[in-house]
Design a protein around this ligand. Structure first.
Ligand SMILES: NC(=O)c1ccc[n+]([C@@H]2O[C@H](COP(=O)([O-])OP(=O)(O)OC[C@H]3O[C@@H](n4cnc5c(N)ncnc54)[C@H](O)[C@@H]3O)[C@@H](O)[C@H]2O)c1
Length: 365
């Protein structure tokens, strides 16, 4: 198969879908890999490194799309890319189609077989292509929180780990899945006093077993959340209700009752946020202050560390890319239900139930 890797053109997107090691795995299996010139630049990967991995570097992106049987990307295609689609072409990327009618329509019109990273789901309900970015976002959430607690960044001037004789910062993590656990690891590693909150008893039990008294687990009922918010120096929102908007578990009254100069990092902002006063921000201007509390609500946190994110993404996607390239989409999806669940559109029809539910009038051929 010919696998194409274009440069990402979405504003602020610095990742690339495949690193040279991924290209090497595919070319080693007899496939051709075409990479757009400069595609890896923002992730610190040169064209020469791709060539060393066996890939061919193309300047002409329209030729790349034209030649490729499968396009591997990071973000959803943008209107500038819709014209490249060809019937039967496989597109493997983050899609989030249920919230994007225009992209859905373009994929149907182009006859593209589109597989969404975020919808590829294993039989035990894991989302293996979302987890790596949550791990990155979780670790960065604690790091960014520590930086914004500094006085010159609007924070209350508290060092996360404290020093001998001075207590460390109080870090409260609301929702403790992939993001929350990774935030906890960094916050604990920096010496903070960490409270982990969730409503899933089995998750709380698991966390309690692995943190060994280095953090405290608390059931996330509204009274406990209000209490935790009142003593937090840093509150990290990391809740996910699959398929639904995140509930505002931290109300505006709770934010008003937080300590002046405390910091909220609402990682869940890409699903609406779990704090009532959160609104989306960008890496260019990541924070704002509301009720004397610093809010950090960047919607694409992993893009701040594109090199780590690119390598983590390739590690997670490469076995699926290789399977689809080796077997073709029909057989790969037949053998692996996770790939079958990831299918969003094919032959001008919507395959994924959530996308069909979002756009009942589309793709009924
Ligand atoms: N901003 C970014 O760049 C970025 C990057 C990655 C992930 N995210 C977002 O971070 C959030 C967390 O992602 P994840 O991968 O850790 O999800 P996850 O499913 O692994 O974990 C979510 C946790 O939230 C818990 N939860 C659900 N409802 C709750 C409630 N009412 N109270 C307390 N806990 C509750 C669940 O039990 C689970 O443990 C998601 O909204 C995701 O979209 C954002």
């Amino acid at each position: 198969m010919i696998v194409g890797v274009p440069r990402e053109i979405k504003e602020g997107e610095n990742r690339v879908a495949l690193n040279p090691a991924g290209a090497h795995i595919l070319t080693g299996s007899g496939h051709r890999v075409l990479v757009e010139a400069g595609a890896g630049e923002q992730s610190g990967i040169s064209d020469a490194e791709y060539r060393a991995g066996g890939a061919e570097v193309l300047r002409d992106v329209s030729r790349l799309w034209d030649l490729a049987d499968m396009i591997v990307k990071v973000k959803e295609p943008l209107p500038a890319e819709f014209g490249y689609f060809k019937p039967g072409q496989i597109l493997f990327t983050y899609l989030h189609l249920a919230s994007s009618k225009d992209v859905t329509k373009a994929l149907l019109k182009g006859g593209v077989t589109a597989i969404g990273y975020e919808t590829l789901e294993t039989s035990d309900h894991q989302l293996p292509l979302l987890v790596p970015m949550s791990e990155v976002a979780g670790k960065l959430a604690a790091q960014s929180g520590a930086i914004h607690l500094q006085k010159h960044n609007g924070g209350r001037g508290v060092l996360l780990g404290g020093v001998p004789g001075v207590a460390p910062a109080e870090v409260v993590i609301l929702g403790c899945g992939a993001v929350g656990l990774n935030a906890a690891k960094v916050a604990m590693g920096m010496g903070a006093h960490v409270t982990i909150m969730d409503i899933d008893h089995s998750r709380l039990k698991y966390l309690d077993d692995i943190v060994h008294g280095n953090a405290f687990t608390v059931f996330a009922d509204p009274l406990s959340i209000a209490h935790a918010a009142s003593y937090a120096d840093l509150l990290i929102g990391a809740v996910l209700r699959p398929g639904a908007r995140t509930p505002h578990l931290v109300t505006e009254a709770m934010v008003k009752a937080m300590k002046p100069g405390s910091v909220i990092v609402d990682v869940a902002i890409d699903q609406g946020g779990c704090v009532a006063t959160s609104k989306p921000t960008t890496h260019a201007k990541p924070t704002y202050i509301k009720h004397e509390v610093v809010h950090y609500c960047v919607t694409n946190i992993p893009s701040a560390v594109p090199r780590t994110s690119t390598f983590a993404l390739t590690n997670a996607t490469i076995s699926y890319v290789r399977s689809i390239a080796d077997l073709g989409i029909e057989e790969a999806a037949g053998r692996d239900p996770a790939i079958a669940r990831g299918l969003n559109t094919q032959d001008g029809k919507i395959i994924h139930p959530a996308v069909r539910e979002a756009f009942p009038a589309l793709g009924r051929k």
